[in-house]
Design a protein around this ligand. Structure first.
Ligand code: ARG
Length: 584
């Protein structure tokens, strides 16, 4: 997937580079490389485009460039639907083709995407601007070795930045903290008892780095607000949040996490935090003083489901099993939203109908490999793309897993009994037609996949959705930073593009037929990509997710005027029904 240049499906987890711009030793699959390599050094800070000085007054131009291409390039109907205003802005239609956002304080900008002026560009030199509640309403958090108040002056080890008795050692333009035994982190802030229990909801420790060594943004960072997310109003459990950059888990993730930034892009990832040793009723020490430690370690209500066993083919389905998959299109309820911005790593249960379709040479002992995505539409049926099917291969699907490189306890691996490609599936150098297939899973009496918090079905559509509607794509496909795909399932939002518009000569011309439609952004950026095929494009007209498209093809990924092309599921409802009825 590429979002903003990745989704190729969604904002991908970045591939890590070392100081010299080469991939890290494990770079291909995005495995963490050594922390030393990713932490910001003086040279990286200087090279960071985020700190490039630009005149203040181009702020709003930027804004126009970033958001108005939708209006310019697509034929949208109602401008306020979907609501283009961020940060709870209220949308008012202005004529037939325009809208205005009424922004709640302190937001502004055409889409309420600009935070308070207090943090204008360049204000904090080589540092992050965070918002405060008293004048002057901002504070600069400098990147060491740049110094307060405006992060423009450098000082190495003059005032020892290392905590807990750490020793500051100069190294050219840089410094390192040598920590006393038991302490860690860039500034030796993290003590030996700094750990989290259960899902880390109660974690109040001092780790402020992601698993891959990126420095966390402050929760009150202007940059996060600017991207349309206010952590203080978006999460249900804000107790642990504050004007700091320590990892927290305010939204039911499996463990503490934080936002981080690369260039002008916002990401999030899990943190480099240690789980407390069992038994878990030890109160971790080394807390931030303003956040009193929890008094007990209560089990989290959001813990992941434990291993689910796929029934053996001989087992008769029980009454409980027969009650499964009664509703489609409802993902696992999250504590709060987890859709944070553009496209991101999917959180557990976020897209429970997405499966990985995997193949190996027929009857061989070779391992199965991910080739495509697929969509669970009932316990025993998966929709995918016809071009994913090779009759000389054995197929299996994995449901309930976010990660492809480790076997998660929630994963259900189910063999494919029969792969049915559409009879009129056809591929030419220009396009792929009728690109749809059904996989009949191996199971017993209509029971194959087991419904869990992480495995659910998507609904089939019964109506067409309007151009301009925002829908979701997901998968493990290639990202802008990795041709090999992402290890973690990614998701992104794309817009349905008017068919006539997409058939213009500068886009796909006359090759499109009714078996397909375009979705994405004509300006490029967010798109699906190699490895995402067969996966879902779901739209949510109300609270239910409906599989409206399947990732099919596109000219490159994320390129301007070359949006993703998706199989139009509404064209195949009769076909789907007839195949499913023929082998119930
Ligand atoms: N054919 C690709 C696959 O097999 C999907 C390509 C989608 N391309 C795009 N630009 N959206 O995974």
């Amino acid at each position: 997937m590429l979002l903003s240049g990745w989704i190729f499906l969604i904002q991908s987890k970045p591939k890590h580079k070392d100081k010299h711009g080469h991939d890290g030793p494990n770079g291909k699959r995005g495995k963490p490389v050594m922390r030393e390599k990713t932490r910001m050094k003086y040279a990286d800070i200087i090279a960071d485009i985020f700190f490039a000085e630009t005149p203040d007054d181009d702020d709003d131009d930027d804004d126009r460039r970033n958001s108005d291409w939708i209006l310019d390039l697509q034929d949208l109907n109602g401008q306020c639907n979907p609501n283009p205003c961020l940060n709870n802005g209220v949308c008012k239609e202005k004529g037939r083709r325009n809208y205005k956002c009424d922004c709640p304080k302190p937001f502004r900008g055409r889409k309420c995407d600009k935070g308070p002026k207090a943090c204008r560009k360049g204000r904090c030199g080589r540092g992050e601007c965070v918002l405060t509640s008293s004048p002057p309403f901002y504070e600069c958090k400098c990147k060491q070795p740049f110094q307060p108040p405006d992060c423009k002056r450098v000082s190495l080890c003059e005032r020892n930045p290392c905590k807990n008795g750490g020793q500051c050692i100069r190294d050219g333009n840089d410094f390192d903290c040598q920590c006393p035994k038991g302490f860690r982190g860039r500034f030796c802030r993290v003590g030996p008892a700094d750990c989290y229990v259960n899902d880390g909801e109660t974690y109040r420790g001092l780790v402020s780095e992601t698993e891959d060594g990126f420095e966390c943004l402050h929760w009150n960072s202007h940059f996060i607000l600017e991207k349309g997310t206010d952590p203080f109003s978006s999460f249900e459990d804000k107790d642990g949040l504050g004007p700091h950059n320590f990892c927290r888990n305010p939204d039911g993730e499996p463990r503490p996490w934080c936002f981080f930034r690369r260039g002008r892009r916002l990401f999030w990832d899990y943190c480099n935090v240690t789980a407390c040793p069992e038994p878990t009723n030890v109160v971790p020490t080394n807390f931030v003083t303003s956040n009193p430690p929890p008094t007990s370690a209560t089990p989290s209500s959001t813990a992941l489901p434990t291993a689910t066993q796929v029934p053996t083919p001989t087992a008769k389905p029980s009454v409980a099993e027969a009650q499964q998959f009664l509703t489609c299109g409802s993902p696992q309820q999250r504590k709060a939203f987890t859709r944070i911005f553009g496209g991101l790593k999917v959180s557990p249960g976020g897209i429970p109908w997405q499966v990985s379709v995997q193949e190996k040479p027929k009857n061989s002992l070779k391992p199965y490999k991910h080739i495509c995505g697929g969509v669970l539409i009932s316990s025993c049926w998966v929709l995918t793309a016809a071009h994913c099917i090779d009759k000389n291969k054995d197929l299996q699907v994995i449901a309930g897993s976010l990660s492809l490189d480790k076997v998660e306890p929630s994963a259900q691996t189910i063999k494919v009994e029969n792969a049915i490609a559409h009879e009129n599936y056809r591929e030419t150098p220009q396009a792929v037609f009728n690109d749809i297939a059904l996989l009949r899973l191996k199971g017993n009496e209509g029971f194959c996949a087991n419904e869990t918090q992480l495995v659910k079905t998507a609904c089939l559509p019964d109506v067409q959705f309007p151009d301009g509607m925002e829908c979701t794509i997901s998968g493990w496909g290639a990202t802008e930073s990795s041709d090999y795909g992402s290890n973690h399932m990614l998701e992104a939002d794309v817009l349905l593009i008017n068919q006539e518009k997409c058939s213009e000569p500068s886009i796909y011309g006359s090759v499109l037929d009714n078996s397909m439609f375009c979705a994405g952004y004509l300006q490029g950026g967010v798109d699906s990509c190699q490895g995402d095929s067969g996966g879902p494009l779901t739209c949510k007209p109300n609270s239910t997710s409906i599989v409206y498209g399947l990732v099919s093809w596109g000219d490159k990924c994320g390129a301007k005027n070359k949006p993703g092309v998706y199989t139009r599921v509404t064209e195949f409802l009769g076909w789907i029904k007839s195949k499913m009825q023929a082998s119930p």
